[in-house]
Design a protein around this ligand. Structure first.
Ligand SMILES: Nc1ncnc2c1ncn2[C@@H]1O[C@H](COP(=O)(O)OP(=O)(O)OP(=O)(O)O)[C@@H](O)[C@H]1O
Length: 229
């Protein structure tokens, strides 16, 4: 579904991504892994179109999208839940969802959103900023679902969330993937969570893709070499 080939990206003169390759198979949940600062968020932002690729190809659904604007990629089915969630804190839960939905020219909120996240219906009149971290993450995922994506990209969805809610978020990602058939690309630093949630992995190290494969093949050597601090 998403295929990245020889992607290079720069922040000014600083070469950040070096010939990165990444495959996200249709229907799978893929985890992009690596230590802090290796370029994971930069890959996601380049896929979404918030950063420009200097060279390389990003194919989504069989089409090269690396020169398309963000809105066009979103309309094509690339959904994005950024790190830190970035919900609108002063708007209500319902307003946060409706604003996203308006981008589709629709006023209704998809039933799936309330089915997956009943708390968003219960708290629809609360301000986004008054929700707990876990509830804000649910709102951020719900908002991405309002655009009916084919690929859902999540940047560290468990960051700053209580352990009992982390499991809940993992269950929801798996349900979206397995029951709704949504393809998922996830950045995640928590190894047990990544193992439990994803089918395939790709590891970045200092801006380069260094290993990839089925999650069952993520052995201790790779973990020691590229993931433990
Ligand atoms: N706006 C920016 N301008 C300049 N350099 C940046 C910018 N954003 C990130 N970088 C640098 O690019 C490199 C990759 O950063 P990135 O945030 O993609 O890494 P990451 O793997 O997602 O890290 P983390 O796990 O800490 O979120 C880092 O060296 C970072 O300092």
């Amino acid at each position: 579904m998403l295929s990245i080939e020889r992607l290079n990206q720069y922040y000014g003169e600083s070469h950040t991504l070096w010939d990165v390759d990444l495959e996200v198979p249709s229907g799978a949940c893929t985890c992009l892994m690596g230590r802090n600062g290796v370029g994971k968020t930069t890959v996601l932002k380049t896929v979404v179109g918030l950063l420009e690729a200097r060279s390389g190809e990003i194919r989504f659904d069989g089409r090269a999208v690396q020169r398309e604007p963000t809105e066009r990629r979103a309309r094509a089915g690339i959904g994005y839940v950024p790190q830190g969630r970035e919900i609108f804190p002063l708007l209500t839960v319902e307003e946060n969802l409706r604003i996203a939905r308006a981008a589709m020219g629709r006023r209704d909120i998809p039933a799936l959103v309330h089915e997956l996240f009943p708390v968003l219906r219960e708290m629809r009149h609360r301000r986004g900023g008054d929700l707990s971290g876990g509830q804000q993450q649910q709102l951020a995922i719900g908002r991405a679902l309002c655009l009916e994506p084919k690929l859902l990209i999540l940047d560290e969805p468990t960051e700053g969330i209580q352990p009992n809610i982390v499991r809940e978020i993992g269950d929801i990602i798996r349900r979206l993937n397995r029951e709704q058939g949504l393809t998922v690309l996830l950045v995640e630093q928590k190894l047990p969570f990544a193992r439990r949630t994803a089918d395939t992995f790709c590891i970045l190290d200092r801006g380069r893709s260094v290993a990839a494969g089925p999650m069952a093949e993520l052995g201790d050597d790779l973990v020691r070499q590229y993931l433990t601090v």
